[in-house]
Design a protein around this ligand. Structure first.
Ligand code: ADP
Length: 723
């Protein structure tokens, strides 16, 4: 520990030197200003915005009619500033003493504990005295595990991640097959999608089917919104968003009302094309009328989102954080977060948006791909300066100002787990369609790139999740006027090689087997890793490698987050009734069977009403998913139907409780049928999840059952076809 402390002291001294050169006037990061931010600023915004009481629901008009009364985020149009929890602890930071700064630094140390040279920044940043973020040769002296067959990796489809992948394979002493091979490999590394190679029947692939689709901006917004409807407070880390073109009217009306209620309000919105990336096609607006139309008056498919106006600044620059997250498996759900990430900086000093600066991309957008073209972009070999830095160097920097970075880090972990939980239901539907239960197929894992913005009050905000985060370890640089070349980027190498290598280590088939049999599920990541280094042979190799830079966060924190896995239980019911292998849409018969088997129809809800419900919702969702090739009810539509049925059964309690009650009814009925063999459930690789065992969720709903008020809830064909 004291060793670490020494390193941090050196780190801090270096940073101070850089700081004094760079910014005498770094107002935002002085402890006083960080501390004084949240309370006042967000209170004002909260007061202002909450004056307008606008229905916050926006999935669809007809749905509002059918069941809308419960699905509001406090019944108001809530913007990020509105949702931001106050952080009294920061307000105490004014005039923070050196002692408490040191406390924070110790916290930083603990956070980064276990980082070792080749993956951690600690030693490498120490070497910045030489101005370099070097790589370390610890692996070179490693003893090779002799008896064990080397793990085989097919790298033929790796594309731009190839360089980092090769390095990782070399470090692990595994065997690379750069042009693939006839016999099966243990691991297949794809550059883009699960389908890069269609002929895999065993082993492990580094992409999940459907991940790209799920992480398009509209689908991500929808998945998070479903969770916001169930758990508004838990999911307030995602800025308020509207889906275009279908919610254009709603967006216009809500903003008009907001402004009518308070003429001093000047909200800004960011428009992001659905399938865009790297900042492509993104622009800021201050009024719905400024939305750009393409092809006549048609508004392009996009998400328009509340723009976070008060980001945390360093050196007066806006920056975001790219964190790498490994979803190691869906069933059981296993999530790891890389302890190290990247911070990408803007290249023009930040000012709050005004009509004048709205188009200044170098001020508002942190994308590397954009800022690299600015004359102000600083390529640096150091991890803690320049336009791309390690995230830990940013944490050190803010820790030195007295910020409670442990809190920042734990908020980020929570954001990541909650986001993955929002994605899992749909991913399971894709999974069973592509790898039907009982058919040979690979298992999947995937590294995701989370883009996170820290608000001035240090609350992390999710910007987007990338299915294919760049794993390039070189960057384009103008080596002489007009001549560009790819040159090694030490910061990228530092972070990305560690992430890939540790992902491979976690996916080592031998260790996975051991992990599966030995992990009795107490949920400790340390245990999981200890299991993985269990054998002598492995130990010798593991000894020579740095400790994992990937930290398991789920199931480690199962207890805190398992109650959020409600949509996943609905998805399990959906999958059960899909019927035909390889499909993702529920047909009318499947829907009827679901209603019948769960005993949901009765004299006041006839099978004819069931059919109307099915047609209404399915038709409307078909309109919202124009590209879809399959007919039938998609999972999101089924969830909407489920919410409707839940509201119909138990009126006027919060939606979450209505849904939990209905889930109990359905799961109870289906379980009974499975036991009595009256209906044979088709074999499923993705069962209604052990992790989401019914009793995890049942008690709160049951204890409040007697509070339920009964209110009639109508769904008419008319209401649903209005859209
Ligand atoms: P892309 O996939 O095109 O990179 P992002 O959603 O990541 O799209 O947005 C690009 C950049 O815009 C982000 O890196 C961030 O700097 C900025 N940004 C995105 N959303 C917001 C927001 N809601 N508030 C403030 N800045 C944002």
């Amino acid at each position: 520990m004291s060793d670490h402390y020494e390193r941090v002291k050196i780190e801090l001294q270096q940073m101070k030197a850089v700081e004094s050169e760079a910014a005498v006037d770094e107002e935002q990061l002085s402890p006083a200003s960080v501390s004084s931010v949240p309370a006042d600023a967000s209170f004002a915004a909260r007061r202002d915005l909450s004056r307008s009481s606008i229905n916050g629901r926006s999935r669809s008009k007809s749905r509002s009619k059918a069941d809308g009364h419960e699905r509001q985020v406090n019944g108001k149009l809530t913007l990020m500033s509105d949702l931001t929890p106050l952080k009294p602890d920061y307000s105490q930071e004014k005039g923070q003493s050196r002692a408490s700064n040191e406390q924070n630094i110790k916290g930083t140390l603990k956070l980064l504990k276990g980082k070792t040279p080749a993956n951690g920044h600690v030693e490498s940043c120490q070497r910045q005295t030489e101005g370099k973020c070097e790589h370390h040769g610890k692996e070179d002296g490693s003893k090779v595990a002799k008896k064990r067959r080397a793990v085989t990796v097919d790298t033929s489809k790796a594309k731009t991640s190839l360089e980092a992948l090769k390095m990782s394979i070399r470090q692990l002493k595994w065997k690379e097959f750069p042009i693939g091979r006839r016999a099966a490999c243990d691991i297949y590394w794809h550059g883009v999608s699960f389908h890069d190679n269609e002929n895999i029947v065993s082993g492990q692939v580094n992409k999940f089917p459907g991940m790209i689709e799920m992480l398009r901006k509209i689908n991500l917004s929808r998945a998070v919104r479903t969770m916001q409807e169930l758990f508004p407070e838990e999911y307030n880390f995602y800025p308020r968003s509207w889906i275009l073109p279908e919610e254009y009217q709603l967006f216009s009306t809500q903003i008009r009302l907001l402004k009518d209620n308070d003429s001093t309000l000047k909200p800004t919105f960011i428009v992001k094309p659905d399938s865009g990336s790297q900042g492509d096609g993104i622009y800021l607006i201050r009024d719905p009328a400024d939305l750009r139309a393409i092809s006549g008056s048609q508004i392009k498919q996009a998400v328009v989102q509340e723009y976070i106006q008060k980001p945390l600044l360093i050196d007066k620059l806006k920056f975001d954080i790219r964190l790498y997250v490994l979803v190691r498996s869906l069933e059981p759900l296993e999530i790891y977060i890389a302890k190290e990430g990247l911070s990408r900086f803007c290249t023009e000093p930040y000012q709050e948006p005004s009509q004048k600066n709205l188009s200044h991309v170098f001020m508002h957008l942190t994308n590397y791909s954009l800022n690299v073209h600015s004359g102000n972009f600083v390529h640096s070999d150091s991890c803690s300066t320049g336009s791309k830095r390690t995230f830990s160097s940013v944490l050190y920097r803010i820790a030195s100002k007295g910020v409670d970075i442990k809190k920042v880090w734990s908020d980020i972990i929570a954001l990541v787990i909650k986001t993955v939980i929002a994605l899992v239901p749909e991913l399971k539907v894709y999974y069973q369609a592509d790898i039907p239960p009982g058919k040979p197929g690979p298992t999947c894992f995937q590294i995701l790139g989370f883009d996170i913005l820290l608000m001035k009050n240090l609350k992390p905000v999710l910007l987007e999740v990338n299915a294919n985060p760049s794993m390039r370890i070189e960057h384009e640089q103008e080596v002489s006027p007009g001549v560009y070349e790819y040159v090694p980027s030490p910061v990228d190498e530092e972070v990305k090689v560690g992430v890939i290598r540790d992902t491979l280590r976690l996916m080592d088939p031998a260790q996975r087997k051991q992990h599966a049999t030995l992990n009795t599920g107490d949920g400790s990541p340390e245990d999981a890793i200890a299991v993985e280094t269990g054998s002598d042979e492995k130990e010798s190799l593991m000894d020579s490698l740095p400790t994992l830079c990937l930290k398991q966060v789920f199931p480690k924190y199962t207890k805190q987050f398992n109650n959020l896995r409600v949509a996943e239980r609905i998805a399990a019911i959906f999958i059960r009734f899909l019927g035909v292998k390889g499909t993702m849409r529920l047909g009318p018969t499947g829907f009827r069977t679901f209603i019948r088997n769960c005993k949901l129809s009765n004299s006041s809800f006839s099978m004819a009403s069931v059919d109307i419900l099915y047609i209404d919702i399915t038709r409307r969702w078909a309109g919202m998913l124009p590209d879809s090739r399959e007919a039938g009810m998609c999972l999101q539509a089924f969830i909407e139907a489920f919410f409707y049925l839940a509201a119909r059964r138990s009126k006027a309690v919060p939606l979450r409780e209505q849904v939990l009650l209905l889930l109990e009814v359905c799961e109870g009925a289906l379980e009974g049928q499975s036991h009595s063999h009256s209906e044979k459930p088709r074999p499923q690789r993705l069962q209604p999840t052990q992790a989401s065992a019914p009793n995890t969720f049942s008690s709160p709903a049951l204890t409040r059952r007697h509070h339920l008020r009964q209110q009639p809830m109508q769904l008419s064909a008319k209401a649903n076809t209005e859209n």
